[in-house]
Design a protein around this ligand. Structure first.
Ligand code: MLT
Length: 411
């Protein structure tokens, strides 16, 4: 028999979104059900922006000709994409990040998991509760979780986030090595203001911790003054890796492309005391285990930075933000506790009836034909909440709203 990684025994049997899609497959098989509108996983309804489609067609043509063919690309990504990211996402916004600090990947989720390869198994991790479930699952697979007791892992520090504090977490009581921060937050939709991020950067500097800053939803921030990048905070380059994705900002959920920023100031230490640049370590990891995102997807991502691409993305995001704000207003009117829907594509809604998240999920599914994500799937503090996504057409969003409004009259 093959010996396998025992850590998998510590994981929930099924990943959150897999569980939901299985339940939805079952729903579709049932007789006389209301046609499903999906508001669970944050998937883009499509199509990809025209500029992206054109650039990808052109990239396929490049591959079809001997003169322009590309084989293995640089594992860190092509310079044409790394340069434009450094320039447009950072330097033009007054942030000093250069091309060698940008690593292109096949998506934020992969980078989040893969980063565990370069971090000690001894690291103590902290996650916001509620949070994107991959943060915990990745660390469980790597063996940083301790024991599973009373619904929580003893080796993980859960940073409680509550409605009354705008889902901003307090600093941990005892030191942690790695802190996952997601802003705009998945699932709560809340955005950490500058002062809150400063608090975390200062903490990380004092405690020699690493912040893994997931800013997959930064393009949804419209309120002036809210930070889009952790590097807007002084000193953050010494303590933070920033992870970004084109999934929600360019419609790339199926294409797969994202990037991580690993600043040269970030230093690590081996157990024998030898110091190392995290940037070099990550580069070493990527050159060994990754052959780069595909040429076609990187050309598509590059197109997002053209003037046409920028305009198209803005229009797409405006639509999703509009959907999210309509969902938010409906729940507010009905007296639910609501966050998100502003500067975020997600709406996080806590029911006032004392129902569990799973009960609300099942009821809205059966009575309205709408799939949501149960808040408890994101952590204990998510109990009682559901998450809805604005990634939809306006027509579907309006249909969903009228169905939920009808249901709300009956509860
Ligand atoms: C979500 O719905 O939380 C995200 O779409 C999942 C992901 O980005 O992997």
């Amino acid at each position: 028999m093959i010996k396998v990684n025992d850590n998998f025994q510590q994981l929930p049997a099924v990943y959150l979104f897999t569980k939901i899609s299985r339940r939805l497959a079952q729903y579709r098989e049932e007789k006389d059900v209301i046609p499903l509108i999906r508001m669970d996983i944050g998937d883009i309804p499509g199509p990809v922006p025209e500029s992206v489609a054109q650039a990808m067609h052109k990239a396929i043509d490049d591959l079809a000709s001997t003169e322009t063919f590309r084989g293995y690309g640089p594992e860190q990504g092509y310079a044409f994409l790394r340069d434009v990211i450094a320039k447009k996402d950072y330097q033009e916004r007054g942030i000093d990040i250069d091309t060698t600090e940008i690593f292109i990947s096949d998506g934020a989720k992969c980078d989040l998991g893969n980063l565990g390869d370069i971090l000690s198994k001894e690291c103590k991790i902290a996650v916001m509760d509620p949070s994107y479930p991959a943060y915990i699952d990745d660390n469980v697979i790597d063996g940083r979780e301790g024991k599973f007791e009373n619904g929580k892992y003893t080796g993980i520090t859960y940073l409680k986030c509550t409605f009354n504090k705008d889902f901003c977490p307090d600093l941990p009581q005892s030191p942690v090595d790695i802190i996952y921060i997601c802003s705009p937050n998945n699932p709560t939709g809340s955005v950490l203001p500058k002062a809150e991020l400063e608090k975390w950067v200062n903490y990380a500097r004092e405690n020699h911790s690493l912040i893994i800053f997931d800013s997959a939803y930064e393009a949804y921030i419209r309120t002036p003054g809210l930070p889009k990048s952790i590097y807007e905070i002084e000193g953050a380059k010494e303590v933070a890796i920033e992870i970004r994705s084109f999934s929600k900002t360019g419609g790339f959920t199926g294409i797969r492309c994202g990037y991580s920023v690993v600043p040269k100031e970030l230093k690590g230490v081996f157990s024998d005391g030898e110091k190392v640049l995290i940037n070099s370590l990550w580069s070493r990891r990527q050159t060994t285990k990754f052959n780069g995102a595909s040429y076609v997807s990187q050309r598509g991502a590059e197109a997002l930075y053209t003037e046409k691409g920028r305009t198209e993305i803005k229009e797409m995001i405006d639509k999703f933000l509009m959907n999210a704000s309509l969902l938010r207003k409906m729940f507010e009117k009905a007296g639910w506790k609501v966050t998100g829907g502003i500067d975020s594509p997600y709406v996080w809604a806590g029911n006032p009836y004392g129902m569990t998240s799973v009960d609300v999920f099942e009821t809205i599914l059966k009575e309205c034909g709408i799939s949501t994500t149960p808040g408890s799937g994101f952590g204990e503090e998510g109990e009682g909440y559901i998450r809805l996504s604005g990634f939809n057409t306006l027509d579907n969003t309006q249909k969903a709203i009228s169905r939920i409004e009808e249901w709300l009259k009956r509860v």
